[in-house]
Design a protein around this ligand. Structure first.
Ligand code: DON
Length: 344
């Protein structure tokens, strides 16, 4: 840093620290304090609107607001309503993708679907048309339905057991489907049915697009609370090991690839803005869930149904940004002292 006077140099250093250096919390009390502070700051924020293109989602209480953070050593920090459940929706796409990486190879997913941002809405048909169903990713609807279609099984039920088993392993408890949400989406998912037909037409879904769409719809209707979602995120933060059950749910070497896709496309067309603010791989769902992963440090989740125009939870984005930055969660942030070269 070049400075004209000593005072100017000091002022510049302080200003730089304020922007670049987060207050790195050290103790469990600090973690809880930071989580509580974000809850208090945003509990009365009522921006955004519940998704209503799936009729059952419009009926969910918009005031619901819960935050949970889990560290790889299994400590759980919560604030607000962490018991009320919402449908997992697109957050589920991460975990199906992760296991299909394991079952079929990440290369097979990269070749068949792609791992690039589309720059379009999550249910875009233009994005499919642009490159005939390639050059997308497993976190947009077309890619996610195709990912689900890649799960092997002799029957729909066998495939479903793999899906619900995966979600439950990541959450560390047996999860189940909200039948009302499933029915509501199954009755209104003509657009996803069309997307699956297009992915069949372009050869990415090999057969039975209706079955893949139905399983995907059911997967999106799995019921979770903020704590479940935080544990799912924390399992990724802990290299694929669930911090509470200690089960190795995903092979550790696949976690970087999962996180890379989340960083690229987890918040759809707002993924760049999100990464700029937090540096965190994350994933949103139209049920109001948002998860983010600070590798090796924590998994965090917020449940708050009102969404912004891109389909991401408003309070979720604000609370996670604030908490992560206060805890030094941005994986791109390097403490200056780590860069100091020791002279011999
Ligand atoms: O397919 C759909 O439209 C929903 N089941 C999931 C969409 C979603 O969660 C998008 N996320 N922000």
């Amino acid at each position: 840093m070049k400075c004209l006077t000593q005072l100017k140099c000091l002022t510049a250093a302080v200003a730089f620290a304020a922007v670049a250096a987060p207050l790195v919390a050290q103790t469990p009390e600090d973690y809880q304090r930071v989580v509580n502070a974000a809850y208090e700051r945003y509990k009365n924020l009522h921006e955004g609107k519940n998704a209503d293109y799936i009729p059952a989602l419009a009926k969910v209480d918009s005031n619901l607001f819960g935050i949970a953070l889990v560290t790889p050593d299994g400590r759980v920090y919560t604030a607000g309503d962490i018991n009320s459940e919402v449908s997992i929706q697109s957050v589920s796409k991460v975990f199906t993708m992760a296991k299909v990486f394991e079952w079929s190879g990440a290369k097979a997913v990269e070749d068949n679907i792609g791992v690039d941002a589309t720059g379009q809405a999550f249910n875009s048909i233009v994005a499919i048309e642009q490159y005939k169903g390639k050059e997308m990713n497993p976190l947009v609807n077309a890619g996610a339905i195709t990912t689900t279609s890649m799960i092997q099984g002799a029957s729909a039920d066998e495939i479903w057991q793999k899906i619900i088993g995966t979600m439950s392993d990541f959450a560390g408890r047996p999860l189940s489907v909200n039948e009302e949400v499933y029915k509501s989406e199954a009755e209104t998912n003509q657009r996803n049915q069309a997307i699956a037909q297009l992915m069949l037409a372009y050869g990415h879904i090999k057969d039975n697009p209706a079955r893949a769409t139905d399983l995907y719809t059911r997967q999106c209707a799995i019921s979770v609370n903020a704590r479940d979602l935080a544990l799912m995120a924390a399992t990724l933060a802990a290299g694929g090991r669930n911090p509470l059950t200690n089960k190795q749910v995903l092979r550790a070497e696949l976690v970087p690839e999962v996180l890379a896709v989340m960083a690229t496309a987890g918040l759809y067309d707002d993924s760049g803005k999100w990464l700029f603010a937090t540096g965190l791989p994350a994933k949103s769902g139209v049920g109001g869930g948002l998860i983010a992963v600070s590798p090796g440090k924590f998994g965090i989740a917020v449940v708050s149904p009102p969404l912004d125009a891109a389909g991401n939870s408003v309070r979720g984005q604000k609370a996670i940004t604030e908490i992560s930055n206060a805890l030094g969660g941005n994986p791109y942030f390097v403490q200056n002292r780590a860069l100091a070269i020791k002279k011999q």
